[in-house]
Design a protein around this ligand. Structure first.
Ligand SMILES: Cc1ncc(COP(=O)(O)O)c(C=O)c1O
Length: 376
């Protein structure tokens, strides 16, 4: 298998740990170990006594139980714990797909959602969200592109990078289309629980369709990417068992401290999610003001969930050159759309971090200076 470079990860590798103002990160503000341990009396003592032997391949039973509580129709036995969401994408594609198979992938997307399939020799149809129509998806396109070789539909709501979340009625129709054709849905739900209004939360795909796999992780909504704990929830036992067997060749089992802290965080999920949503909502208010002020430079779609947006640049300069100049001059990092193999006229903003207001202010200084000196 020959994988092309992961453009987004290569871009972050250059800047993430030296640019002071990260205005495009995809996760919520994180926590320290001490902050997590303070959530429960005796947690610190138990953590100190944690045994650092190998852990169970499918994941610690307490953790699998806590994860299953995020779902309405999936049991602890339907959960396999993985090293982040990334391992879930890699293993799912490897166990399901072969050369000549076909998948349909919502686009633009986190690159591995299409790249791993592509590297396997699978034909990939990109199902584009419509930038002219609030990033909506067209179900007719989906229906027209399903073939006898189609093995899976890959979706991601709330979406990276657009922030788009499908309306519930459409999501139900999507499930029915997959059911009619008897194909899998791989549903990347790493931003689930960050809906601004609970009624906008979609059901987890694995809860409503027995050939759906839901991908979850501690990294995004919970703000704990350093734990490297993710999971797949799936009720299709044959596929589940293949995923478990494949894991013997990737990570075998998860890190014991990661599992301990993820279990603790999930027991306290209401607190963590509320803190994260409070930050996001406050930052979204600032973006509202920002995009009104700079309406002549950017066009954005205000999301209903998550912490990412993908505004269109209304000026001539290409996104990549714009982002590089911005980070070099002001230390503010935005992510250019060409990283997503999309056009070079969109940029990704992320607004889950506490220092986002400061980063936005620096960005405003940059814009005011750039456009005051007459760039067009
Ligand atoms: C949509 C999506 N899926 C999966 C991942 C991978 O998550 P993790 O870093 O936790 O493995 C990311 C990370 O950016 C993502 O944005």
């Amino acid at each position: 298998m020959r994988l092309n470079d992961f453009k987004l990860e290569r871009f972050f590798a250059r800047f993430e740990f030296n640019a002071p103002y990260l205005l495009c990160t995809s996760d919520c503000e994180s926590f320290t170990i001490a902050e997590l341990l303070a959530l429960e009396k005796n947690a610190g003592k138990a953590f100190n006594k944690l045994h650092l032997g190998y852990t169970e391949t499918l994941g610690n039973p307490d953790l699998r139980r806590e994860i299953s509580r995020l779902y309405s129709n999936s049991a602890p036995e339907d959960i396999i714990v993985l090293a982040g969401a990334e391992e879930g994408i890699f293993i799912f594609m490897n166990v399901l797909l072969g050369p000549g198979d076909h998948i349909i992938v919502q686009s633009p997307c986190y690159q591995s959602l299409s790249e791993v399939a592509h590297a396997i020799g699978c034909n990939v149809t990109e199902w584009f969200m419509d930038a002219q129509n609030n990033w909506e998806l067209d179900l007719d396109f989906l229906k027209e592109n399903i073939t006898r070789q189609t093995k899976a539909i890959v979706v991601n709501f709330p979406n990276t990078p657009t922030g788009y979340t499908m309306p519930k009625e459409m999501f139900n129709e999507l499930i029915e289309i997959a059911r009619r054709h008897d194909i899998y849905i791989f549903s990347d739900e790493v931003y689930r629980f960050l809906e601004y209004r609970e009624e906008d939360r979609l059901p987890a795909a694995c809860d409503v369709y027995d050939k759906a796999l839901s991908l979850g992780v501690m990294s995004k909504s919970f703000g704990l990417p350093g734990l490297r704990i993710g999971w797949i929830a799936a009720r299709d036992k044959a596929l589940f068992n293949k995923i478990a067997s494949f894991k013997d060749y990737t990570t075998i089992c998860s890190s014991a401290p990661g599992e301990f802290l993820a279990t603790l965080a999930l027991r306290n999920k209401e607190y963590i999610l509320k803190r994260n949503l409070d930050i996001i909502k406050a930052n979204l208010g600032l973006l509202d003001i920002f995009f009104k002020k700079y309406a002549h430079l950017f066009q954005w779609v205000k999301p209903r969930a998550g912490l990412l947006i993908f505004p269109h640049l209304k000026f001539e300069q290409e996104a990549e050159a714009f982002c590089l100049d911005l980070v070099n001059k002001k230390g503010v990092l935005l992510l250019p759309g060409n990283i997503y193999n999309y056009d070079n006229h969109h940029v990704r903003f992320g607004f889950g971090r506490l220092n986002m207001p400061e980063a936005l202010k620096k960005f405003e200084e940059y814009l005011d200076n750039l456009f005051a000196v007459g760039y067009h």
